[in-house]
Design a protein around this ligand. Structure first.
Ligand code: HEC
Ligand code: HEC
Length: 146
């Protein structure tokens, strides 16, 4: 898993179109073995909003993260339902993709209550203070079902 500073470096190198040692220019996918494909299944477990924050040139998300099958982030869980209820009661329902990733660009008021469920298993977090789920749920502390 890359460190935050490496991610920022990669972003900067993309923004400036400079090649970075070990990374092929704006490569957002392969390279590290914990990374998925490009786009929606990219970088499961990484802090999505470090690149997809409100001022992102790429898709800007308000909430994004990854649901895994255990705390170590061994494999993504496909087809889990992620329900968000924001501070104003607005509800957003998302579904995880084949990498376990979920994301939305919908404007939400924080904190946000989170419920994640699949096949009778449910996990919850009350009052998540921001939408960059993987920034807090890193190695050994992944968002996971069951
Ligand atoms: C290091 C920066 C970086 C991180 C971290 C990152 N992304 Fe991306 N993402 C990009 C870039 C650059 C693109 C545009 C190129 C591409 O599609 O690969 C992109 C594209 C996407 C797209 C396609 C957007 C569109 O409009 O086509 C989705 C969806 C996406 N990312 C989701 C995620 C999710 C979910 C995470 C976290 C699990 C994540 N990304 C983490 C940089 C990043
Ligand atoms: C600021 C750090 C932080 C952010 C951001 C965050 N969490 Fe959490 N999360 C925690 C902590 C700490 C706990 C354990 C204590 C608790 O439940 O409040 C937790 C607990 C959880 C749990 C329950 C884990 C279990 O074993 O029952 C789930 C599920 C969860 N978070 C999902 C999410 C999702 C999804 C997001 C993004 C919307 C998110 N979290 C954002 C810090 C964070």
């Amino acid at each position: 898993m890359k460190t935050m500073s490496t991610r920022i470096l990669m972003l900067l190198s993309c923004a400036l179109s400079l090649p970075l040692a070990g990374a092929a220019g704006c490569d957002t996918g392969g390279g590290d073995d914990d990374e998925g494909d490009e786009g929606a299944t990219m970088r499961p477990g990484d802090a999505c909003l470090s690149c997809h924050g409100p001022s992102a040139e790429e898709a800007a998300f308000t909430v994004a993260g990854t649901v895994f099958n255990d705390v170590d982030g061994t494999a993504g869980v496909d087809g889990a339902t992620v329900t968000l209820v924001d501070a104003d009661g607005a509800k957003v329902k998302l579904s995880t993709n084949s990498a376990g990733n979920f994301y939305t660009g919908k404007a939400l008021s924080f904190p946000v209550d989170v419920t994640i469920s699949k096949g009778g298993d449910t996990v919850e977090m009350t009052a998540a203070g921001n939408g960059d789920c993987n920034s807090c749920h890193g190695d050994g502390n992944a968002v996971h079902l069951p």
